[in-house]
Design a binder for this molecule. Structure first.
Ligand code: NDP
Ligand code: 8X3
Length: 251
C-alpha cells in the first residue's frame, strides 16, 4: 500500500490515524516523545494488522534530534507516501497580558517550528520520487481567533499559511498538500492545555457532542484516498454544534 509517517502518534488524532492506515495495509512510522506508548503501539499494530511499524522517539522541537533520528532512517523507509504533520499542543488559555512566555515558546516551537523541521527532512525524499502527500493538521483556530487563544491561534494560522506556501512550492514535484482544520475533539488536547486538570479539560466538551479522534482520522484518510489528479487543499471539519472556533451551541 505504501508508507505513512505520523507525528504525534502516541495519542489523539495521531494514534487514530496510525490504526486507520495500518488497518488499510500501510506500513507506518509513528513518532512522539513517549517511547513506552510507541513501543506498545508497534506491538499492537504489528500483531493486529501484520504491517511493518517503525517507532521513532524524538521531540519535534529539537532540530538536531529530528535530523539524526528521522533523517537517518533506513533507505527502505524513506519512500514515504504520506506525511501527517499532527504533533502539536495548546499550552494555557490566557489573555495576552497574562500569558506565560514558556507556554508561548512551547506552542510556537512545536506547532510551527517542529512541523517545519519534520517537513524539511521528509520533503526531499518525496521530491526525488515526484510523489507524496502532506497533511498538515491545523485547526478551526487557524481560521478565527477565540478569546484567550491568541498565541495558539497564531500558530495554527501559521500552519495554514505554511500549507499554502508548501502547495505552491511543491506543485512542480506533484506533491499534494492538504490542511485539515478540525474543531473541538475530545483527546488529550485539553488535558495538556490545562496541565493535567481533568475537571477543567472535561468541562470543555460538556453540552455538545465533540468530534472523536477517529472522526478526524477518517477525514484525513479520505483526503489521501482520492484519485492522483484530485487534491483537497483545505478542509474544515467541526462537530455539528460548532459553527466556528469561537461559537459552540451548548444546549
Ligand atoms: P493529543 O494531546 O491527544 O496528541 C498530541 C500528540 O502530539 C501526542 O502524540 C504528543 O506526543 C505529540 N506531541 C506534542 N508535543 C510534541 C513534541 N514536542 N514532540 C513530539 N511530539 C509531540 O492532542 P490531539 O490529538 O487533539 O492533537 C493533535 C493535533 O491536532 C495538534 O496539532 C492539535 O493542535 C490539533 N488540533 C486538536 C484539536 C482538538 O480539539 N483536539 C482541534 C484542532 C486541532 P508525546 O506527548 O508523546 O510527545
Ligand atoms: C483545537 C481546537 O478550539 O479547542 O485546535 O482550540 S480549540
Amino acid at each position: 500500500m505504501g508508507i505513512v509517517l505520523i507525528t504525534g502518534a502516541t495519542s489523539g488524532f495521531g494514534l487514530a490515524c496510525a490504526s486507520t492506515y495500518a488497518a488499510k495495509g500501510f506500513d507506518v512510522i509513528v513518532t512522539g516523545r513517549r517511547k513506552d506508548r510507541l513501543d506498545a503501539l508497534q506491538t499492537q499494530l504489528t500483531q493486529e494488522y501484520g504491517i511493518n511499524v517503525l517507532p521513532l522517539h524524538f521531540d519535534v522541537r529539537n532540530e538536531a534530534e529530528v535530523q539524526t533520528v528521522l533523517g537517518n532512517i533506513p533507505e527502505n523507509w524513506q519512500d514515504i507516501d504520506i506525511l501527517i504533520n499532527n504533533a502539536g499542543l495548546a499550552a494555557g488559555l490566557s489573555t495576552i497580558d497574562e500569558g506565560s512566555t514558556a507556554d508561548w515558546d512551547a506552542m510556537i516551537d512545536t506547532n510551527v517550528k517542529g512541523l517545519l523541521y519534520v517537513s524539511r527532512t521528509v520533503i526531499p525524499w518525496m521530491r526525488s520520487r515526484t510523489k507524496g502527500h502532506i497533511i498538515n493538521i491545523g485547526s478551526t483556530a487557524a481560521k478565527n481567533v477565540y478569546a484567550k487563544g491568541n498565541v495558539y491561534c497564531a500558530t495554527k494560522a501559521a500552519v495554514d499559511a505554511i500549507s499554502q506556501g508548501m502547495r505552491i512550492d511543491l506543485l512542480p514535484y506533484r506533491i499534494k498538500v492538504t490542511a485539515v482544520h478540525p474543531g473541538a475533539a475530545e483527546t488529550e488536547f485539553s488535558l495538556v492545555r490545562f496541565k493535567g486538570d481533568e475537571a477543567k479539560a472535561k468541562e470543555v466538551y460538556n453540552g455538545f457532542i465533540s468530534l472523536s479522534a477517529q472522526d478526524v482520522a477518517d477525514v484525513v484518510y479520505y483526503c489521501t484516498s482520492l484519485p492522483p489528479h484530485v487534491c483537497i487543499n483545505d478542509l474544515v471539519v467541526t462537530p455539528l454544534q460548532q459553527a466556528n472556533a469561537y461559537y459552540i451551541d451548548k444546549n
